[in-house]
Design a binder for this molecule. Structure first.
Ligand SMILES: [Fe+2]
Ligand SMILES: [Fe+2]
Length: 138
């Protein structure tokens, strides 16, 4: 039974086979579901959005370090997308602080972005790292 506010259901089908990536993604899904629930309830999203932004910055840095160490061919576009979404989150946080209603971002755009990013850039990156015998941190 999925709670009514859970927008992403974590299943093994979301695993990518790189331990730190899967661990971070599990955390991200919990955080995104929490943000979506808060948005539906009309709660203050600012602090949790800032915590999620910080988690993303740390996770993206870990993925980028893996891409560098495995000489991943798609490092630049993947890193560019990480920077784009961090800037997007910064913009949303500013809008929240200004009292704007950003609920749709947390109930629709952000979960959709996570699922697409995991299924495309992160999928290819993790697959490449595993083929290269990645045994790095996590
Ligand atoms: Fe990721
Ligand atoms: Fe990524």
């Amino acid at each position: 039974m999925i709670a009514p506010h859970s927008v992403i259901r974590w299943t093994d089908s979301l695993l990518l086979g790189v331990e730190f990536v899967d661990h971070d993604h599990r955390h991200a899904v919990d955080a995104i579901n929490h943000l979506a629930a808060l948005a539906v309830e009309g709660g203050d999203l600012t602090a949790d959005a800032e915590a999620f932004r910080d988690h993303c910055a740390e996770h993206f840095a870990r993925e980028e370090a893996m891409m560098t160490r495995t000489a991943f061919f798609g490092l630049e576009p993947h890193r560019d997308e990480h920077q784009r979404v961090l800037a997007e989150l910064d913009g949303i946080i500013l809008r929240l602080k200004a009292g704007e209603d950003c609920r749709d971002y947390f109930t629709e755009a952000l979960p959709q972005w996570f699922l697409e990013h995991r299924a495309t850039m992160d999928f290819v990156t993790a697959d490449f790292a595993r083929e290269r015998g990645w045994t790095g941190p996590g």
